[in-house]
Design a protein around this ligand. Structure first.
Ligand code: FMN
Length: 169
C-alpha cells in the first residue's frame, strides 16, 4: 500500500485525546517543556505511563538524557499554555508560574492531573522515542474538565455537557 503521509496523519488524528505538557530539566538545569498528546497509561502495578518525543524536536536531547519528567494533563482552560509549549522557543517558561518537583522538574498549577515520574525506559519508535516513566507521585483535580484534541483542533467540553449524565465504567 502506498501511504500518503498527510492522509495517514489525518487518519491518526481521528483518535481523540487529552492534551499534556511534559516538563523536565536539561543538563544545564534549564527548564524544558513540550505539548504532547501521545501520553497514555501503561501499567497499574508497577505504575507506568508513556509518551513519545519526536527525534527532531529541539527538546529531544534534554528528554533523551532526563532522569525525571512530569506529565501535566491539561484542563479545559489551559489552551494558551498548550499553544505556548507546542512551538520551539527559548522563552517558553517566561512569566509562567511553576513549582519545583522531583529532580527540580517544573510543575504547573491548575491541571486536571500531574504525574511526577522517574525515567524507566527509552524505546525506539521510528522517528520518535517512547519514554516510559515510573510514577512516583501524582495529584488529581476531580473537578477539572479536560482540554481535548481531535482532528488537529482543540475540543473544549462544556460543563454539564459531555459528562452529563455521568457514566460509570
Ligand atoms: C496537541 C499537540 C500534541 C502534540 N503531541 C506531540 C507528541 O506527542 N510528541 C512530540 O514530540 N510532539 C508533539 N507535539 C508537537 C510539539 O509540541 C512541538 O513540536 C514543540 O515545538 C516541541 O517543543 P520543542 O520545539 O521545544 O522541542 C504536539 C503538538 C500539539 C499541538
Amino acid at each position: 500500500m502506498v501511504m500518503d503521509p498527510k492522509q495517514f496523519r489525518n487518519a491518526l488524528g481521528s483518535f481523540a485525546t487529552g492534551v499534556t505538557i511534559i516538563t523536565t530539566r536539561d543538563g544545564q538545569g534549564g527548564a524544558i517543556g513540550v505539548t504532547a498528546n501521545s501520553f497514555n497509561s501503561l501499567s497499574l502495578d508497577p505504575p507506568l505511563v508513556l509518551w513519545s518525543i519526536g527525534k527532531k524536536a529541539f527538546s529531544f536531547p534534554a528528554f533523551s538524557a532526563a532522569k525525571h519528567f512530569a506529565v501535566h494533563v491539561l484542563a479545559a482552560d489551559q489552551q494558551a499554555l498548550s499553544d505556548r509549549f507546542a512551538r520551539p522557543s527559548t522563552e517558553k517558561f517566561d512569566g509562567v508560574e511553576y513549582a519545583h518537583g522531583l529532580g527540580e522538574v517544573p510543575l504547573f498549577p491548575g491541571c486536571a492531573a500531574v504525574f511526577e515520574c522517574t525515567t524507566d525506559q527509552f524505546v525506539d519508535g521510528g522517528d520518535h522515542v517512547i519514554m516510559i516513566g515510573r510514577v512516583e507521585r501524582f495529584t488529581v483535580n476531580e473537578e477539572a474538565l479536560p482540554l481535548m484534541f481531535f482532528r488537529g483542533r482543540y475540543v473544549i467540553p462544556e460543563a454539564g455537557g459531555i459528562f452529563s449524565p455521568p457514566v460509570k465504567v
